[in-house]
Design a protein around this ligand. Structure first.
Ligand code: DQA
Length: 145
């Protein structure tokens, strides 16, 4: 069976490269997409990569991952800390999800310490910048075996 991974990015991640580079690094989202694509090609995984600033669109994209039988790598940005809708969508889609954050959210403000995604994720990777996406792909490649 073909392995598929959908990589979803939430609000403000389109600004990577210029947004708070001291926290999020200097790679753009397009750079991160290229790194992910290289890994997926090497591992024989079909990859889709998307970003949205809208909570409803993120829910729709999660539902699409479920319908495609894909594993999910999700950096939901600030919706991580606020969105019951994203939590419900991951649960309903029955996807294997890896929650990723570029920054170590636990070393930052208290309001970033709670995640609505962690309880419905297989695992969480944070603090390793773009490498976190690559670690998530490699973990999912094994999970989807
Ligand atoms: C983030 C961390 C979130 O707290 C923040 O709202 C983001 C990015 C990260 O990748 O480190 O937008 O998800």
């Amino acid at each position: 069976m073909v392995k598929r991974i959908h990589i979803l990015n939430g609000p403000n991640l389109n600004l990577l490269g210029t947004r708070e580079a001291d926290i999020y690094g200097t790679l753009t989202l397009a750079d991160i997409e290229s790194l992910c694509r290289e890994d997926c090609v090497r591992l024989g995984i079909e990859m889709s990569f998307a970003q949205t600033n809208s909570e409803g669109e993120l829910v729709t994209l999660i539902q699409a991952a479920g319908a495609a039988g894909a594993g999910l790598v999700i950096n939901a940005g600030a919706y991580t800390h606020t969105s019951i809708a994203v939590h419900d969508a991951i649960r309903a889609a029955r996807v294997v999800a890896v929650e990723v954050h570029l920054s170590n959210v636990y070393a930052r403000e208290d309001f970033r310490h709670h995640s609505y995604i962690s309880p419905v994720a297989r695992g969480v990777i944070c603090g390793f910048g773009a490498t976190g996406y690559r670690l998530a792909i490699s973990a999912l490649a094994e999970e989807l075996d």
